[in-house]
Design a protein around this ligand. Structure first.
Ligand SMILES: [Zn+2]
Length: 181
């Protein structure tokens, strides 16, 4: 199992490194996002559904980045070549985790409110889809500690969910007023 994973990682990583050569990859956040997502789509069968779902990549595969692009991503495009491409990841898991963090950073809609649990992370909007009920709920999540809460600030206790990004349109649809620029 370990050797198979190592073989997979080496092959994926070799191909991932080629992305740096794409002419417009670091031009803007949308190009960067789309380049990474297209790469992911190309390798989805190799990576497998389990890992794609584990790192919350399934729910962002088909979004239109234009509708979700964050106003203030933490990512600095001119640093991405070094940050993302210069260090070979040790495991498939660490590679996919870092890829997922990067993609989600580009689309997170922050709330301006800090996490009540760790007081460190700024909460961002997400849409939770309850796996059992197929019902969708707007909620807030912390990227630092994983705290999740309902829009009324009560702790989330809804159980297993698929996590989708939320955008301004979703907020309007749920009647949430975001008092932040
Ligand atoms: Zn937190």
């Amino acid at each position: 199992m370990k050797n198979i994973n190592k073989y997979l990682l080496d092959n994926l990583w070799d191909d991932f490194l080629k992305l740096q050569m794409k002419p417009h990859i670091f031009d803007d956040y949308c190009s960067y996002f789309n380049t990474l997502i297209n790469w992911l789509k190309k390798h989805i069968d190799t990576i497998g559904d389990n890992l794609i779902t584990k790192y919350t990549l399934d729910t962002i595969l088909h979004i239109n980045i234009e509708n979700y692009i964050s106003k203030n991503p933490d990512i600095i495009l001119s640093h991405e070549r070094i940050r993302m491409f210069s260090q070979t990841p040790e495991t498939i898991d660490s590679f996919l985790m870092s890829l997922s963090d990067t993609l989600w950073d580009l689309i997170k809609l922050y709330s301006g409110k800090y996490c009540p649990a760790c007081e460190e992370g700024e909460l961002y909007y997400v849409i939770f889809e309850l796996i059992t009920a197929k019902q969708k709920v707007l909620a807030l999540e912390c990227g630092v500690c994983g705290w999740a809460e309902n829009i009324d600030e009560t702790e989330w206790s809804g159980g297993l969910v698929n996590i989708y990004p939320a955008n301004e349109t979703d907020l309007a649809a749920y009647g949430v007023n975001k008092n932040q620029s």
